[in-house]
Design a protein around this ligand. Structure first.
Ligand code: GLN
Length: 248
């Protein structure tokens, strides 16, 4: 399963968040500690989105292993941001290895990522997809489960549904339509992170003036706390709330 991480708070250098920690996302791309449900490395691409002061984030995605991008250390060493969502991808069997399948997905002020898979894709969720405007489906980033999950979340956000409610309702609907799915989602607008732990690990760590939510801790600090399976976490630099969604 892919690995992902979201951060909001005091500006941090992307390199200090994603590359240099002992068990950084970069290291997780070739040596993850906690892969479940198939896959050994996360080498099918990566993506980083970050906020610069404008409401809309900047996003970079590449369809190649994170460790092969010679431009990344220079970029990440020169950019600081107070809101980041990054992911490394291990493509699910049958899904294309292309730039547009890499998280984070974005629209307006949102960044979104999915760690996991939808069982029985695509027929299991065809009825949910049919609720979306056909133009959304025609223009979806890639023919993958993650891209569809993003369309479902985005469609609720666009009608004014609160972020935590939008994420919770998509997880609940998809879990019902496609039992056994792994649905660890991350959504941020650069100020708040909403995440779900649904049959895969998710960790949260409060830092001075910041908070980070990630598939795997990026170091061995005892300040990391695991989000219990079947729970949703809403995190800001000053608060971490967990609510139960149900039994995966
Ligand atoms: N199923 C998604 C994809 O193929 C996510 C993969 C993962 O979490 N390993 O992109």
């Amino acid at each position: 399963m892919c690995r992902h991480l979201a951060y909001v708070g005091e500006p941090v250098r992307l390199a200090d968040l994603l590359l240099t920690p002992e068990h950084s996302l970069l290291r997780q791309s070739w040596a993850p500690r906690d892969m479940r449900g198939g896959g050994t490395v996360n080498a099918d691409g990566y993506g980083i989105g970050w906020y610069t002061g404008d409401p809309e984030p900047v996003r970079v995605r590449r369809p190649a292993p994170m460790w092969t991008d010679a431009a990344l250390p220079g970029l990440a060493g020169s950019v600081s941001s107070g809101g980041v969502l990054a992911a490394v991808r291990s493509a699910t069997v049958g899904m294309p290895v292309v730039e547009t399948a890499c998280a984070p997905f974005t629209s307006g002020r949102w960044l979104f990522s999915h760690n996991g898979l939808v069982r029985g894709w695509p027929s299991s969720v065809a009825a949910l997809a049919a609720r979306l405007p056909v133009t959304d489906l025609l223009l979806m980033d890639a023919p993958t489960d993650s891209a569809l999950l993003w369309l479902l979340v985005r469609s609720l956000l666009s009608t004014g549904v609160a972020p935590a409610k939008a994420v919770a309702s998509v997880v609940t609907d998809v879990a019902e339509a496609a039992p056994g799915s792994r649905l660890n989602l991350l959504l941020t607008d650069g100020s708040t992170i909403v995440g779900t732990a649904w049959t895969h690990a998710l960790w949260v760590r409060a830092l001075p003036g910041a908070v980070v939510v990630a598939s795997e801790p990026y170091d061995d600090d005892p300040g990391w706390h695991e989000v219990p399976d079947g729970h949703l976490v809403t995190a800001t630099p000053s608060s971490v709330d967990m609510t139960r969604l149900g039994d995966p």
